[in-house]
Write a protein that binds this ligand. Sequence first.
Ligand code: ADP
Ligand code: MG
Length: 288
Amino acid sequence: MSTQIAETAEPAATKPAPSPVNDVAPGGTTITDTPPESVKMKGVGVNVFYGDKQALFDIDLDIGERQVTSLIGPSGCGKSTFLRCLNRMNDTIDSCRIEGDITIGEQDIYDPSIDVVELRARVGMVFQKPNPFPKSIFENIAYGPRIHGLADSKSDLEEIVVTSLQKAGLFEEVKDRLEEPGTGLSGGQQQRLCIARAIATSPEVMLMDEPCSALDPIATAKVEELIDELRENYTIVIVTHSMQQAARVSQRTAFFHLGVLVEVGATDQIFTNPRDARTRDYITGRFG
Ligand SMILES: Nc1ncnc2c1ncn2[C@@H]1O[C@H](COP(=O)(O)OP(=O)(O)O)[C@@H](O)[C@H]1O
Ligand SMILES: [Mg+2]
């Protein structure tokens, strides 16, 4: 998709907001437009601390099912921190403490009974820099299904590998060299390999933290196309510093600023008719 604002970076100027901006106190309640039709994950009152320093303040955010939600905002505003809360990746950071509730479906993902390894199969993650395992292309994909016991036989496993590569749009490019190292692929191919690796454990949600920032424009376009296809079957949350990318790939956009979720809404609305002055300043390039 595209919006006029994203291409011009001056959307608010051409289409002034009808309602007054700044209609909430800074740091006050998040402005939310109509919620997503079907909610896959939900954060309520999420506070995150690194030691004494608070990185996120009272975040309420619904993640719509089978659509792409983008998290945007200036560097250091807490986008990655929030993303990592969604599959408990912050558990790996000793100083990090999280308050509040995060659910997937009806399940509290911070409940002590939750198996974190299983959660991370359901809520997969793709990182900024492609990080294939130092193993063959085949083994990169087969590893997850094997440790999660998703394949009963060798042929089952082969089928998972092939279909995961197909879903990631990579199979045709690598089918003759599945035994070669994943690290030998180009950057864009490596990132699609990592997406295939996430797909292989049948996730419900895929988290992507600036997945294209290390890629050239052609590889970026391929990954964006892939994201657009994947949303038919998966719930996707993407952190991006590119507003153009957010406008192209996402249906909902959440704007973070200084650890606060300022505004969330339909991507078109956020980019053409932001309701908070901070959002407007950011999307028109006044800061960030
Ligand atoms: N592992 C960490 N230890 C301490 N502070 C961190 C850590 N990760 C992030 N922070 C701090 O939390 C804040 C939000 O960071 P982050 O979520 O990475 O922002 P963004 O992804 O929006 O750039 C920043 O002030 C950052 O310095
Ligand atoms: Mg980040």
